[in-house]
Write a protein that binds this ligand. Structure first.
Ligand code: NAP
Length: 454
């Protein structure tokens, strides 16, 4: 049994029966059997269905944003933007899959030799609750356009979103079973990975889940793509436009109520401008509207689950005990369910949870640095490597640091880190491996085949 609980009220929304072992095997069989004819469809045929899915998403954006709000607490305006982004990804891969996967001739001693990108089979996607539609569509649009089929195991707290995605794909005209949702808990995932009809696995989630899934998939020699956590550092240099930097940093820290892998988490500020930056940051963070995610004025909703709020609070208290100074928030108000207030910690140092760990909620860790080199060293002093940003009016210098010195999968200058279907997305170190989006994403789950004709 899977139960979805509204994190704003703590009340249950709805219960869903979990799939049994027999149902899981049947569904994997159905999807595997659907693959044989799906792989033979043309890019043009797939594009028509993918565009239908994009249209359905746009038509249902208010309903789907509402569903996210009640299942995981996302404020409505963020929910609508997420659905629009999913629709954009559908159009992007409908427009570009053929070009990304066309044969590539290679001159050899053969009469003809080339690289051909062929679908792999059924891909299992294990997905998180924080962007319940976007995380799935950024896997699903390239997966289906490449001629693969998909099986989704979504996070247990968003079963309604998981079923809504299945419904959208079905109604978009895709053949039966090319994509299906399994309502199962994480303990049942190993058996699905072991099923010989699953070709590969992609996970977006925590480092712990990534290690477990990679271990299981490795034991049966199946490829994995892992999109894991992040502790993105935003460096603010002395010559930065401080107002722009503070505004962007606050927005990035509070995106999805602080629960984004690429949210800014550590702010590394030159000591000379530290006081001014902290003042601006605090003013802008305090101005954000915290409240009911169903109110369209709300900027910050509750965290997705009570246990996640408690874990975050433990990290904040642990950091304060070790010398961090809390200048905003940091206290749980009684009767506020899964809400955690926007919080600022200063004097953050190595050895504190706020420095060493990922804080998955609206908590900013501010660290002062004496010079650029020290700031870059602090930014790279993390087990993660998902995103990073740097703020400076000296674009040449900032670009050089972003491109060559910051150790992360995406490095932005004077902007918050964001994903975009046109650009590859993924991490290094404990943030995972493999890439989603762009041409790299669609080529992760294909057989890069050499064809040689004498
Ligand atoms: P999570 O606990 O790892 O859950 C993610 C998914 O993995 C869920 O479907 C979960 O199922 C499943 N799962 C958990 N443990 C598993 C195991 N041992 N075996 C098989 N499946 C398992 O992560 P989360 O708390 O939902 O999401 C937050 C984390 O995801 C953060 O660290 C965040 O940074 C990361 N994230 C990364 C990206 C990225 O693109 N790099 C994007 C978004 C989020 P249940 O729900 O049933 O437990």
């Amino acid at each position: 049994m899977t139960e979805s609980i509204n994190p704003t009220t703590g009340k249950p929304n709805k219960s869903y029966s979990s799939h049994t072992k027999i149902e899981i095997d049947d569904k994997v069989d159905q999807t595997y059997n659907a693959w044989d004819s799906w792989r033979q469809t043309s890019f043009a045929e797939r594009s028509v269905m993918m565009r239908n899915a994009g249209r359905a998403l746009r038509n249902r954006k208010d309903e789907l944003a509402n569903l996210m709000a009640i299942e995981m607490g996302k404020p409505l305006k963020g929910g609508v933007a997420e659905i629009e982004k999913c629709a954009d990804a559908c159009s992007f891969y409908a427009d570009n899959a053929k070009r990304f996967l066309r044969d590539e001739p290679v001159k050899t001693d053969a009469g003809k030799s080339y690289i051909s990108y062929q679908p792999l089979g059924v891909i299992l996607a294990v997905m998180p609750w924080n962007f319940p539609f976007w995380q799935v569509f950024r896997f699903l649009a390239p997966c289906l356009m490449a001629g693969n089929c998909g099986i989704l195991k979504h996070a247990s707290n968003v079963p309604g979103c998981a079923l809504a995605i299945e419904d959208i794909i079905k109604k978009a005209g895709f053949p039966p079973f090319v994509f299906q949702t399994l309502l199962i808990d994480s303990k049942s995932v190993n058996a699905v990975i072991e099923n010989s009809k699953i070709s590969a696995v992609t996970l977006t989630g925590s480092v712990e889940a990534g290690k477990k899934i990679a271990e299981k998939a490795g034991s049966v020699l199946k490829k994995t793509v892992l999109e894991l956590g992040g502790s993105d550092a935003y460096i603010v240099l002395e010559d930065a436009d401080l107002d722009l930097a503070a505004e962007t940093c606050v927005n990035s820290r509070l995106i999805n109520s602080g629960q984004s892998c690429i949210a800014a988490k550590r702010f590394i500020v030159m000591e000379k401008v530290g006081k001014k930056f902290i003042e601006l940051f605090k003013d802008k963070m305090s101005a954000k509207v915290v409240g009911d995610p169903l109110n369209d004025k709300t900027d910050v909703g509750p965290l997705a689950r009570l246990d996640l709020r408690d874990e975050l609070h433990k990290q904040v208290e642990g950091s304060i005990q070790k010398g961090a100074i809390c200048i905003l928030g940091g206290k749980i108000e009684p009767g506020t369910h899964a809400f955690y207030p926007p919080t600022i910690l200063t004097n953050v140092k190595k050895g504190m949870p706020a420095y060493d760990e990922e804080l998955f909620g609206p908590v900013a860790s501010i660290i002062l640095a004496m010079n650029e080199n020290e700031a870059i060293n602090i930014a790279n002093d993390t087990v993660f490597g998902l995103g990073a940003a740097i703020f400076s009016r000296d674009i040449v210098k900032a670009e050089e640091i972003a491109a060559k010195r910051l150790q992360a999968g995406s490095c932005f200058v004077n902007s918050l880190v964001k994903s975009d279907p046109r650009l590859p997305f993924g991490g290094i170190k404990n943030s995972g491996y493999g890439r989603e989006l762009a041409a790299f994403g669609i080529r992760e789950f294909v057989n890069i085949k050499t064809v040689y004709v004498k």
